[in-house]
Design a protein around this ligand. Structure first.
Ligand code: DQQ
Length: 536
């Protein structure tokens, strides 16, 4: 049984066994949060996909119900793939999802409604024959790349709209459909947007406020005084990228601002293992909440031995940064209810080569918030403008490579003698015109002594942060086989899946470190043992 439990999470969502992927149709309805997710009831590899269903009142503790949507009709006989929920004012929730109609994985879009609106958990969903499927691949659409309908919204003309992810040769497209009644859907002439990226899975499209952290409801917000976000999941590389832009329902167009790349090198929610994410508006707290799936980094045979594969990241609140150019994310505050014993460190200087243990908490299941400061950026290394790829740079300049300002940060899931550790750290470079480039890394390359079949990437992203106050903050959620980190208050985020062989349970340690010539001060560190959530 050991191998099955060793790396299971204490507070990141996972079912008792088997394969999971996309968190589908997250929603809040009548006081209850619903999480559906792609699930294989028969094993720890992808296949036989149904919608498993859990409910919660706090987004952290979950009660498992029976699968809500599973193959039962001619239009979804071979699988019920991802989709979204729309809560129609005065009517209630409708789920849109992708049905698989044959063994070639031909995809159609379908809808389902609650069998009994007065059941607080909405356990049973029906798929009426009337009008199902609501969209089949027609004309120019490629039916094997046609999936994952979004939450629908109302345009100014009173028509409902939804997007369906697709691919036209090498071009990723978000097909637009319109409907008067939510049942008869008509394909619009042009996709709402497209780009040369390959397939767009799980598109997500929503408005964000120009200032403040408040979320907006897709179905009712106007188009003025807001920005829109379009997120697409790139199946070739397995990452989610997004743009910020402007949407007009009169023109049926979304136009990205040119503040970030619309493609492979674009902004990401997360620079680690975080894919096929979905957001929803939570009307009870007026925030937008984001779910992302974190796949295993272990070999498939090891997933089978463990009997499980896949977790969900901690749900994150998401809003537009005050610079208007990127999103910011932060774990939902309900997570703090799991915080137990707390230890602190403050005003602690770290010279080059220092590492100091943070003792007294369960370091394999912890939440750490820390702010670092430095007195000068003079010693920062020169940035070479050809370094476009943060992950490659982190691979070259890991935590053991001495620097000027940084590398400094945390060593998470570390064995006592540091045979294993997952460093999460910053490194600051000097760029022309008195500018600086901040690199954030979550480096799995030293995370495990296990060699065979383990993916140990040096995940990294750049952080667009003002260093005027000479401070950088970091939060890491450590949970046995996951380290989920938020840099500079959630501007750059990285989730790593790791499988230590020594740094397990009570043998896992946590350190702060500095390996740059500029001394670094730990201004404030708060670390908590995390209780396990009641999950399923
Ligand atoms: N996998 C799902 C699809 C989605 C993809 C099937 C994301 O709906 O496009 O499980 O990994």
């Amino acid at each position: 049984d050991g191998i099955k439990r060793l790396h299971r999470t204490g507070y990141h969502f996972q079912p008792p066994k088997n394969w999971i992927n996309v968190a589908t149709a997250p929603m809040y309805y009548n006081g209850v949060y619903h999480l559906f997710y792609q699930y294989n009831p028969k094993g720890a590899v992808w296949g036989n996909i149904v919608w498993a269903h859990s409910v919660s009142t706090d987004l952290i503790n979950w009660k498992a119900l029976e699968p809500a949507i599973y193959p039962s009709k001619s239009f979804d006989k071979y699988g019920c793939w991802s989709g979204s929920a729309t809560v129609i004012p005065g009517i209630g929730p409708i789920i849109l999802y992708t049905g698989i109609v044959d063994t070639q994985n031909t995809q159609v879009q379908c809808y389902a409604i609650p069998a009994n609106e007065s059941d607080p958990y909405l356990r049973t969903w029906i798929k009426p024959y009337f009008k199902n499927p609501i969209a089949v691949a027609e004309r120019t659409i490629n039916g094997s790349a046609f999936r994952d309908p979004t939450t629908a919204w109302l345009g100014k003309d009173g028509l409902w709209r939804m997007l369906v992810g697709g691919r036209n040769f090498h071009i990723g497209v978000a097909h637009l459909y319109k409907s008067k009644d939510f049942l008869n859907w008509v394909l619009a002439e042009n996709p709402i947007h497209s780009a040369k990226t390959g397939m767009w899975e799980c598109p997500d499209f929503y408005p964000v406020s120009l200032c403040g952290k408040k979320g907006l409801d897709m179905t009712s917000v106007g188009e003025r005084n807001v920005k829109h976000v379009l997120k697409n999941s790139l199946d070739l590389t397995r990452y989610d990228y997004y743009t910020i832009g402007t949407y007009s329902s009169a023109q049926d167009k979304y136009v990205p601002d040119n503040t970030s790349e619309d493609g492979w090198g674009g902004l990401r929610y997360d620079y680690g293992n975080f894919y096929a994410s979905k957001s929803f508006f939570d009307p009870s707290t007026k925030r937008r909440v984001l779910w992302g799936w974190a796949n295993e980094s272990d070999a498939a045979q090891d997933d089978i031995k463990k009997g499980w594969a896949g977790i969900q990241a901690i749900p994150r609140m998401v809003w537009l940064d005050s610079n208007g150019k990127q999103l910011v994310q932060w774990p939902v505050e309900e997570l703090n209810s799991l915080r137990g014993k707390e230890v602190k460190m403050g005003n602690k200087k770290l010279q080059k080569g220092d590492y100091v243990e943070v003792k007294g908490i369960t370091s394999a299941q912890a939440d750490v918030e820390v702010s670092f400061s430095f007195s000068s950026l003079k010693k920062a290394e020169e940035f070479n403008p050809s370094w476009k790829n943060a992950q490659e740079l982190c691979g070259k300049k890991g935590s053991k490579v001495q620097g000027g300002v940084g590398p400094f940060g945390l060593l998470t899931l570390a064995s006592k003698k540091l045979e294993e550790f997952t460093p999460v750290f910053f490194r600051i470079f000097k760029a022309p015109h008195n500018k600086h480039v901040v690199l954030m890394c979550s480096d799995a390359s030293s995370s495990s002594l296990k060699k065979e079949g383990l993916y140990k990437p040096s995940f990294a992203g750049f952080v667009d942060v003002d260093l005027a106050n000479k401070k950088l903050s970091l939060r890491s959620l450590i949970d046995h086989s996951v380290v989920e980190s938020f840099g500079a208050g959630g501007k750059t985020n990285i989730l790593s899946r790791v499988y230590p062989t020594l740094a397990i349970k009570n043998n896992a340690h946590l350190f702060v470190f500095n390996n740059g010539t500029e001394p670094i001060k730990v201004e404030n560190l708060n670390a908590w043992s995390m209780r396990s959530a009641a999950i399923n």
